[in-house]
Design a protein around this ligand. Structure first.
Ligand code: AMP
Ligand code: ZN
Length: 136
C-alpha cells in the first residue's frame, strides 16, 4: 500500500466509497465523476501505477471481475452496452496513478463519445509498424 495514494486508501477501506463488489484482491467503486449512470472503477488492493506494473495474474483476475460485473450492471441498470476503458500515462488520460479499469455502462443517446477519430494509413506504413512492434 502506498500512503500517498488515494486509490490505495479507497481500495483498502480507509476512505469510504460506494462499493459494488469486493473480494480479497479488488474493490469496485462508483466513480465520483461518472461519465454515465453506473460508471465504476475496478481497483486492485495492491498498489500498481499502471498496466505495465500490473502482474499478469492480477490483470487476468481484473478481467474476470470486469466480465462478471459488466453483465450484472447492464442487466440491473438497463444499459444498452458498456465500454471498458483503461488509461496509462498522462498522454492517455490517466489522472490517478493507481491502476484502475473503468466500467462505463452506455445508454442510447447518453451524450458520451468514448471513441476516437479514425485515421488513415497505407499498407506500407501498417507493415512498418507491424515489424516495429514484433521486432523484425
Ligand atoms: P483516469 O483518468 O483513468 O485516471 O480516471 C480517474 C477516475 O477516477 C476519474 O473518472 C475520476 O472521476 C475518478 N476519481 C477520482 N477520485 C475519485 C474518488 N475519490 N472516488 C471515486 N472516483 C474518483
Ligand atoms: Zn495506490
Amino acid at each position: 500500500m502506498n500512503n500517498d495514494c488515494i486509490f490505495c486508501k479507497i481500495a483498502n477501506g480507509e476512505i469510504p466509497s460506494k462499493t459494488i463488489y469486493e473480494d480479497a484482491d479488488f474493490r469496485v467503486i462508483l466513480d465520483l465523476g461518472p461519465a454515465t449512470k453506473g460508471h465504476a472503477l475496478i481497483l486492485p488492493k495492491e498498489h500498481y501505477a499502471n498496466l505495465f506494473e500490473l502482474p499478469e495474474d492480477t490483470a487476468a483476475a481484473a478481467m474476470k471481475v470486469a466480465k462478471k460485473l459488466s453483465a450484472q450492471m447492464v442487466e440491473n441498470l438497463g444499459a444498452d452496452g458498456l465500454n471498458l476503458v483503461q488509461n496509462n500515462g498522462e498522454v492517455a488520460g490517466q489522472t490517478v496513478k493507481h491502476f484502475h479499469l473503468h466500467l462505463i455502462p452506455r445508454y442510447k443517446d447518453d451524450g458520451q463519445n468514448i471513441l476516437w477519430n479514425p485515421g488513415k494509413m497505407s499498407d506500407e506504413e501498417l507493415e512498418e509498424i507491424r515489424k516495429t512492434i514484433v521486432g523484425e
